[in-house]
Design a protein around this ligand. Structure first.
Ligand code: UDP
Length: 329
């Protein structure tokens, strides 16, 4: 298929773009490099640099596009509470422009990158798609509002779409892993301690109603996540908007993640207790039964050790590359 991938230089977008290229698709990426990395863009993909809002209509009007995979977004929970205007603009307004550009150019196949943050603090776990959506932060609210827009475009204009609600994406695929200028996620931060780039990891709260008191999350391997996008693209039906959760179905506490990182890296990884982080739910675990049943999604890298090992191999290589770049200078 001839595909547009927005945000294809970001962590999730670039792995999915790589997997789509490997599957034989013809991929054009739009990215403005606010958070993306140039080296993550697959060599075989075409790159259009700029904002999706400005570029989508121009690119799609070239003709021949058969589908869009939409990743480009702001995605930090804390930041979304401080500068909500940017989140509504870059997430909702940009996606509305993209939907209209798709409609104008008769592109009816969309996969949308969404989030567990659309559910908010869950009343029951594992979280199924029919549970109430009550986002507790602006990021989740923008993603949920986009789902409403997609549903109405599917009903009225024949769009065929799938929203994939990710839980905690982690791990690496080949040369691509988590490599952000400002890192806030648990696994990459813990691995930075193992690499010697940080002294210790802070555990944000140990008084949650969980077995060891630290927050529990469902970690999904980036490569398994990418497979779900390919399946969604291949099975979208005009006039239908499907929503699926994507997780491994197992919950791991912050302490268990740190322990897994110690086992994989052989580093003691000092940890220190710190206050809870605002807006963090105690437990988020996905039920992915629906996508397994309906699309035959079959995640194969669900062990935490596999996820951490792949992330660690990427982090070590990144550290070595940064080290030799410094030496060259
Ligand atoms: N966390 C932590 N220390 C850190 C970063 C994260 O204890 O330095 C916790 C965080 O409070 C949450 C879990 O690890 O309970 C996963 O956080 P992350 O930011 O990776 O993903 P989120 O669940 O917020 O999307």
């Amino acid at each position: 298929m001839k595909l547009l991938v927005t945000g294809g230089a970001g962590y999730v977008g670039s792995v999915c773009a790589a997997v789509l290229v490997e599957a034989g698709h013809d991929v054009t990426i739009i990215d403005n490099f606010t958070t993306g990395n140039r080296e993550a863009v697959p060599a075989a993909a075409r790159l259009v640099e700029g904002d999706v809002r400005d570029k989508a209509a121009e690119v799609l009007s070239e003709g021949g596009f058969e589908g869009v995979v939409h990743f480009a977004a702001r995605s930090l929970v804390g930041e979304s509470m401080e500068v909500p205007d940017e989140y509504w603009q870059h997430n909702l307004v940009t996606t509305l422009a993209l939907l209209d550009a798709m409609r104008a150019n008769d592109v009816k196949n969309l996969v949308f990158s969404s989030t567990a943050a659309t559910y908010g603090e869950p009343e029951v776990v594992p979280i199924t798609e029919d549970l109430p959506t009550k986002p507790t932060n602006t990021y989740g609210a923008t993603k949920l509002s986009i789902d409403y827009a997609i549903t109405s475009y599917a009903n009225a204009y024949g769009l065929g779409a799938t929203s994939l609600r990710y839980f905690n994406v982690a791990g690496a695929y080949g040369e691509i892993g988590e490599n952000r200028e400002i890192e806030t996620h648990l696994i990459p931060l813990v691995l930075q301690v193992a690499l010697g780039h940080r002294d210790k990891i802070f555990i944000f709260g140990d008084d949650y109603p969980t077995p060891d008191g630290t927050a529990v999350r469902d970690y999904i391997h980036i490569r398994d996540l990418a497979d779900a996008h390919v399946l969604a693209l291949e099975t979208n039906t005009p006039g239908t908007h499907r929503i699926y959760n994507l997780g491994s179905g197992d919950g791991y506490s912050v302490k268990q993640v740190i322990e897994a990182c110690r086992a994989v890296t052989g580093h003691p990884i000092p940890a220190e207790l710190a206050p809870r982080r605002a807006g963090d739910p105690a437990t988020l675990i996905a039920s992915s039964a629906k996508i397994k049943e309906e699309l035959g999604w079959n995640p194969t890298r669900t062990e935490l050790t596999t996820i951490v090992t792949d992330a660690w191999n990427f982090t070590k290589n990144l550290g070595e590359r940064a080290h030799s770049a410094k030496r060259v200078r």
